[in-house]
Design a protein around this ligand. Sequence first.
Ligand SMILES: NC(=O)c1ccc[n+]([C@@H]2O[C@H](COP(=O)([O-])OP(=O)(O)OC[C@H]3O[C@@H](n4cnc5c(N)ncnc54)[C@H](OP(=O)(O)O)[C@@H]3O)[C@@H](O)[C@H]2O)c1
Length: 304
Amino acid sequence: MEKQKIIIAGGSGFLGQHLTRHLEGKGFEIKLLSRSKNQGKYLKWDAKNLDDWAEALEGAYALINMAGRTVDCRYNEKNKAQILNSRIDSTKVLGEAVKACQYPPKFWFNSSTATIYQHTPGDLPANTEVEGILGDDFSMNVAKAWEREFFSHETPHTLKTALRTAIVLGKDGGAFPVIYKLAKYGLCSPQGNGQQWFSWLHVDDFCAILDFLMQHPLAGVVNLCAPDPRTNTQFNQLLRQYAKPLFVLPQPKWILEIGAFLLRTETELILKSRKVYPAHLLDAGFQFQYSTLEQALKALVKSE
Ligand SMILES: NC(=O)c1ccc[n+]([C@@H]2O[C@H](COP(=O)([O-])OP(=O)(O)OC[C@H]3O[C@@H](n4cnc5c(N)ncnc54)[C@H](OP(=O)(O)O)[C@@H]3O)[C@@H](O)[C@H]2O)c1
């Protein structure tokens, strides 16, 4: 029997590579859209214009869009424009490609981010898909514009889901390897006042959720995070137990500002209070393999 095909745009990155391995293991044929690679399972695109790559969407089972310039950079005007445009342009052209298909994909999952919700400190309730409050700063406005572009495409035969994804923790990519390395050097004290919330997701659950959503379709927005937001202080206390540094250095906000400048990144990535809850997934019956931070960290640092 012919394998069902899944197209992953921006699939050469951290999440795309995990998804590729996972979905190939489930028997799907995977094609990846990349700006730089065009061999094997890769098809070249420029993430802006329709071209030959669009034919791959014909008859595909699902389209997953993971393309976007990394947000781990200084938010100067040039980078800000690239962060926004790379997401809008790629989503727009994928929408045009879906609409041009005679047999369009059954599903279109577009990456979004849990950063779309407002800074949520203290006892304020965690943001659910229904009651969450969207924020209004640069990153939140990028997320809103990205989802607006996505949902503006009318695709009567393709079910659309925006993946509001929290910080994904994996051994081999994303934020965790850097966080863990710094923790080993003693940087596992509360960052800033440490009261900001940290919503997270183990990368294996990220892949399992995509699988689940193809069997239990949910149109609209879905929060992808474990049901266990922790404060930054709690997160760092746990990290310290695993990283076992010889000493622990304080990390007040002003030191973080200097560090972020030197590392060419932004403190927002660690100081924003991200408190998100996966209400739709839990209602639909998804079972997390890593539902607590203890389980996730234990697995991530195993065999280190
Ligand atoms: N990782 C997380 O914790 C997390 C959390 C929430 C949301 N997200 C979102 O999920 C998506 C995938 O995340 P990831 O961690 O896998 O990111 P990643 O490792 O940076 O991969 C993103 C991919 O997008 C493509 N890309 C980079 N710059 C681009 C540009 N200017 N125009 C078009 N495509 C570009 C690249 O593929 P080519 O170079 O091959 O074209 C790259 O492999 C991103 O949109 C990210 O914002 C990630």
